[in-house]
Write a new protein. Structure first.
Length: 64
């Protein structure tokens, strides 16, 4: 089953599921997508930092 970034963005934008939005839903969607394509947590961190988002590997691992 393939999931698009748009579908992930819609999911992460839902305040019923994620009431405390500390990270931009678009950044979460991109992070999940590139992780499922085979990047490691460190590579996802570097990728998101290249886009201007400040994240940690632990935050990515926990999904927060």
């Amino acid at each position: 089953m393939k999931v698009s970034i748009g579908q992930l963005y819609s999911l992460f934008s839902d305040r019923k599921i994620f009431p405390r939005r500390r990270v931009d839903p678009f950044a979460k969607a991109i992070g999940v997508k590139v992780y499922t394509l085979g990047l490691s947590l460190a590579q996802v961190k570097e990728f998101l930092e290249g886009l201007g988002y400040k994240v940690s590997r632990e935050a990515i691992r926990q999904g927060t």
